[in-house]
Design a protein around this ligand. Sequence first.
Ligand code: SAM
Length: 302
Amino acid sequence: MSNTPENAPRGYQIGQAWLPAPPPDPALYLVATPIGNLADVTIRALQVLAGADIVACEDTRVTRVLLDRYAIRAKTTAYHEHNATSAGPRLIRALEAGKSVALVSDAGTPLVSDPGFRLVEQALAAGIRVVPVPGPSAALAALTASGLPSDAFFFAGFLPVKAGARHSRLEALSAIPATLVFYESPRRLADALAAMADVLGADRAATVGRELTKAFEEFRRATLGELAAHYAKAGAPKGEVVICVAPPGETAAPQAGDVDALLRELGAEMPASKAAAEAARMTGLAKQDLFRRLVELKAADG
Ligand code: SAM
């Protein structure tokens, strides 16, 4: 553990303002941290990180950058998949002794494709309170800006690396009626997209979100087939990526008859321009074209 004196004043700094952070109640706090932009940290996260007796980090050097940015002099210790067997029980003993422990991963929300699940299990088994301190996660950042349906989504994490296992996993996911959200390494992006196009369908709409919250943030929205072709040609992109894939059935271009029926239905319920905007949102077609078509339909229907 780093050796910050027990009685050092606990607090954090934002700009010129130094704010005290009293120790939180004894508990295991699961603290979400930024996925790139260090300003994406909640005030509560800073309070808990500054006030906790111990900050358990996936990598203390990575978390130190965030702590330094807010002048937090926390007592840090490592908790990751390679030392969980020894570090877990040590943290549980500290919690049982009435200490507060904040668990963080390198970026985003701990336990989301990151260490922490075993520690939460152990804490709950020991009767210790577990408290989420929510904040950034690459999955939700990508989903919300993907342009794909967000009413139901399935977080699929990382796909298996081996082609056979990846294929089986994709088959198991293919009929889920929700937007699928995957984490992937940039090196495997092109292969993963090709496998998705193969198993889920080349026409399914998808979005690759890259370098979210960072200077070179980018969203590429197309079909799985187009995205697979793009990255096969362009090679591995720089930075981190999330892939979002539309639910089955969302993708095929809407048939003219379907669009007319949708426009008639919406046009009966709301003004034409609003109906066209709503239909554009639902179909991905251009609003002006839909507006023109609705005017034609209204004229024809009398
Ligand atoms: N716990 C983290 C969270 O809540 O987002 C995820 C950790 S997981 C080990 C790392 C993966 O998250 C990366 O491979 C990438 O797929 C995704 N990721 C994390 N930060 C990202 C960013 N800034 N832009 C795009 N993807 C990101």
